[in-house]
Design a binder for this molecule. Structure first.
Ligand code: SOE
Length: 414
């Protein structure tokens, strides 16, 4: 549907879960949205030659390489999309910015504060040369979330008093689930905290327009030692090399009866914290991979003096809204179906009333990124916004280490 000839040649590093989600977005975005530039899926990079060749064919990339430095340096690449584990975000993004490429980097921005600071500083410097960067917090782009932010900004909730946010999964409840990279601090930075807690930290700061100023936290690693995996893509792995997606660790382990070698889990399985946001808001946050039965359950509720709004990812086409200004006899929660042409992003999709899903948030992210790059505007969330989330993650970790002591979160921009 795109009416432009201008191309943005994308080079993507990584081809697992997020790589596939981003590929879907780059492939779809110009077919749905009319934008001032068209994404071309030029080059995909991964460490394993056979796997990256397979991914290139399956996901629709023109070419593949195993050398990210070649991708970053290439004159035929305009955008570098970083979809790797957190331990390589900083190195790749910094090299890409230095080479004058626009950068989209998956969340959390980095594994450490110092990496995130370096990335934010490089991004600010690059802006002067017209080089754009964005941190991939895709849930901002769910239409109902964008509408939630609008309701708050329009004053429909009055004075904000509470934020209540949970992000719950259960994929490592089984103690035999292997020690994949997401359970290793040197690869992932932290556990549930950085992987899914980062989403609700970003989302609540975005929706309320307020910053988390201090936290008191507890974290826990329930299962401290796990079998070493033979093959892993982060969420799917086996302990004995029977590389079958969807096979549980217990199944794989039992296949030939041997006891696999084990290693220590070096990240949190769950993080719970209370927080203050500026403007006097009291908040609670919970991120866990041990919430049995909760597969990918993100929920955010905001209470204000004039109303309440709530979003639940498992019902992502809806918002719950309580408007306390209505006559007493008519009060109660209403369910707003966010599927009309008037709603953010929705007019480009199907006729009114037709729902969308998880993958659309990535398409909307690609849409906003392309538009910003093509029109010379800095996209949000910026690397500075990514650093702000990182500062909260760091404060939560330090607070938990110090027995939940109150820990201030400094502003990324001082
Ligand atoms: C795994 O916990 C994960 O894929 C996260 O890394 C994503 O950011 C989230 O969208 C879904 O869960």
């Amino acid at each position: 549907m795109s009416t432009t000839d201008r191309e943005l040649r994308v080079g993507m590093v990584g081809y697992a879960f997020m790589g596939a989600a981003h590929s879907q977005a780059w492939r779809t975005v110009n077919r749905v949205f009319d934008l001032p530039a068209r994404a071309r899926m030029a080059l995909i990079c991964g460490r394993d030659t056979a796997k990256v060749a397979d991914a290139a064919g399956r996901l629709g990339w023109d070419a593949h390489t195993t050398d990210w430095r070649e991708l970053v340096a290439s004159d035929d690449i305009d955008v570098v999309d970083v979809c790797t584990p957190g331990d390589s975000h900083a190195e790749i993004a910094l090299a890409a910015l230095a080479a004058g490429k626009h950068v989209l980097c998956e969340k959390p921005l980095a594994n450490t504060i110092s990496e995130a600071r370096a990335m934010a500083a490089a991004a600010v410097t690059a802006q002067a040369a017209g080089v754009r960067s964005m941190c991939g917090f895709n849930y901002r782009r769910v239409p109902a979330v964008a509408m939630m932010r609008q309701l708050v900004a329009d004053g429909r909730l009055g004075v904000i008093r509470h934020v209540r946010a949970t992000y719950l999964q259960d994929w490592i409840v089984d103690p035999q689930f292997p020690l994949v990279w997401r359970l290793q601090r040197d690869r992932a930075g932290s556990g549930a905290l950085g992987d899914i807690g980062a989403h609700i930290i970003d989302l609540t700061q975005y929706v309320t327009g307020r910053r988390i100023t201090g936290v008191s936290a507890v974290t826990e690693t329930f299962v401290k030692e796990r079998p070493l995996p033979a093959g892993s893509s982060g969420l799917a792995a086996t302990v004995d090399g029977a590389a079958v997606d969807g096979l549980t660790a217990a199944d794989a382990n039992g296949a030939d009866g041997h006891r696999p070698a084990t290693g220590m889990v070096t990240v949190d399985d769950a993080a719970v914290f209370v927080a203050r946001l500026d403007g006097g808001v009291l908040a609670t946050y919970e991120a866990s991979r041990f919430a049995t039965g909760r597969k990918n359950a993100l929920r955010v509720e905001i209470n204000g003096s004039l109303g309440t709004v709530a979003f639940d990812l498992e019902r992502l086409n809806e918002l719950e809204f309580y408007d306390a200004t209505r006559p007493a006899a008519e009060q109660g929660f209403s369910r707003i179906l966010v599927t009309e042409g008037e709603h953010p992003y929705m007019s480009a999709w199907w006729p009114p009333g037709h729902i969308i899903g998880y993958e659309h948030s990535f398409t909307h992210q690609a849409r906003d990124f392309i538009e910003a790059v093509a029109t010379g505007v800095d996209p949000a969330p910026s690397f500075v916004d990514g650093l702000q989330v990182q500062l909260v993650l760091d404060a939560v970790t330090r607070s938990a280490e110090l027995g939940s002591s109150w820990t201030e979160v400094e502003p990324a921009l001082t």
